[in-house]
Design a protein around this ligand. Sequence first.
Ligand SMILES: *[C@@H]1O[C@H](CO)[C@@H](O)[C@H](O)[C@H]1NC(C)=O
Length: 233
Amino acid sequence: MNLLSGLPPLLLSACNCVSVLQVVGLGNPGMEGTRHSVGMAVLGALAARLGVADRWRGDKHVSGEVILSEVQQTDVVLLRPRLLMNVSGASVAKAAAKYGIKAEDILLVHDELDKPLGKTALKHGGSARGHNGVRSCVDCLQTDVMPRLRIGIGRPTGKTSVERHVLSRFTAEEQKVLDSVLVQSVDLLLSQLCWQDSQCASSPAGGRQAAAQKRKERERWVSPAEDSASAQS
Ligand SMILES: *[C@@H]1O[C@H](CO)[C@@H](O)[C@H](O)[C@H]1NC(C)=O
């Protein structure tokens, strides 16, 4: 029942590019600005960089806010779940089903205690390592292959509990570092998407063919009628 079912693959026939990706910003809705919600902040920064920050739309079928965008020749579904972090996987799985996205093409952006603020790292799937949002995604998608972008938030100092640390807001001091972290994270995300694209570039004819195919399909991809056309149970 996904949007793209029945359509020819957008790019796969022409080259090895992934035609559609989902980028998920994990966090707790209503708790923007806290360390645990830094994934949502990164998605906000990504949307701003792509010039689509005003296009977040609530979609009750996926229990989240969605933007359908495009980077180079890749369709990108930006998702901010509207469920609590520990059950946010339900939203990720519903969006993946709706848009026909494979688990290995879902990039989870989340906070990471084991790295200091200022450090970010890509990770290719694997255990949730105690992150309750990632654990929920692994449970709901029944696989742990999803790539991750881990955003360091550091561990608490002194007597502050981990829970209190992750659920509180960045300090003013940290906020200055965070600004560059957001820029760095968006660069990293875009480099991943463009890496896919450079694979296409080695096949110019395929690239042109794909671009033409792309133009044909774009109208359907961005159609505002898509919600009603693909209502989920
Ligand atoms: C998720 O977190 C909320 C709030 O902390 C809690 O009430 C709820 O029981 C948790 N749910 C699960 C499935 O862990």
